[in-house]
Design a protein around this ligand. Structure first.
Ligand SMILES: C[S@@+](CC[C@H](N)C(=O)[O-])C[C@H]1O[C@@H](n2cnc3c(N)ncnc32)[C@H](O)[C@@H]1O
Length: 273
């Protein structure tokens, strides 16, 4: 996850490490956040029995598992994630679905091709070069094949990102941010801009759908949102006794407030051919 107020990704290895640590908590957050988003993205993509699907940045299988159910045993799903721990969780959830194969690899350079459908849910913005990485994913589909890419809608995940940034800054004795910095992800979180960006990546007939989602403002859900996502990386480097203070400060800003906006945009298009 790279909400606008989280640190910018700098290398694939950083992401793999962050998500290895987060894998167990990531799974805890899945029923609340990742699974409904993954299922909705697969429903929008509509893979059919017998098709070959690539799921880039598969996490713990939120979209790869429903895609595998949709294509059935006559189809195949390659589920690719940089984090071996995530791939292992996907494999476990795919028990009884031999059509799904998990791979610990970089989706931005994955060599497989000729897929009927390619899906990447909340992962492409983690690529060091998200334009080139997304173009690479688009080319994994055969000409005429379908591609679905999911991003956060503008404003989604900003409240927890800001609250955590403030809590982390206060722990360091630094002034907290007054607002989220303008970012390319916020621009691309607008449906029209996202659709144009996908067309620029090589897709035609692009349709962008908004999938509303919220996380309840309870202590448990809000802290899981930190531990089970890329936000967790913001806790790196703090001593063990600092983390409970950051947690308390973060929760005091959010508990009992409005539900956290976790709305996504899913852009679906076709590789021309
Ligand atoms: C926010 S999670 C989303 C996971 C899943 N698609 C979902 O929606 O539940 C982002 C995932 O992207 C993975 N990731 C980041 N960069 C990657 C890359 N270059 N190649 C493959 N996976 C990557 C992370 O390890 C993490 O599992």
């Amino acid at each position: 996850m790279t909400p606008s107020s989280a640190p910018e990704p700098d290398s694939p290895a950083r992401w793999a490490g962050a998500f290895d640590q987060a894998a167990i908590d990531f799974s805890g957050l899945s029923p609340l956040l990742w699974d409904p988003i993954g299922r909705a993205a697969v429903a929008a993509l509509g893979p059919r029995p017998g098709e070959r699907v690539l799921d880039g940045c598969c996490g713990d299988g939120a979209s790869a598992v429903p895609a595998a159910r949709a294509v059935g045993r006559s189809g195949a799903v390659d589920a690719v994630d940089l984090s071996p721990a995530m791939v292992e969780l996907t494999r476990r959830r795919a028990d009884g679905l031999p059509q799904l194969t998990g791979h610990a690899a970089d989706a931005a350079t994955w060599p497989g091709e000729g897929y009927d459908a390619v899906i990447c849910v909340l992962g492409a913005f983690s690529f060091p070069d998200m334009d080139a990485g997304t173009e690479h994913l688009v080319r994994r589909a055969h000409p005429g094949g379908t591609v679905a890419i999911t991003f956060w809608r503008a404003g989604a995940m900003v409240a927890p990102g800001m609250a955590l940034s403030r809590a982390v800054a206060r722990e360091r004795g630094e002034p907290g941010p007054s607002g989220p910095p303008p970012s390319r992800l916020q621009e691309l979180g607008e449906p029209t801009a996202f659709g144009k960006w996908l067309a620029d990546r090589g897709l035609v007939d692009v349709d962008v759908r908004t999938l509303p989602s919220t996380v309840p403002p309870t202590e448990e859900a809000l802290w899981l949102l930190v531990l089970g996502s890329g936000f967790r990386g913001m806790l790196t480097g703090f001593a063990d006794d600092a983390v409970p203070r950051i947690r308390r400060d973060y929760l005091d800003q959010l508990v009992g407030g409005p539900p956290v906006d976790a709305t996504t945009l899913v852009g679906i298009g076709r590789r021309p051919g």
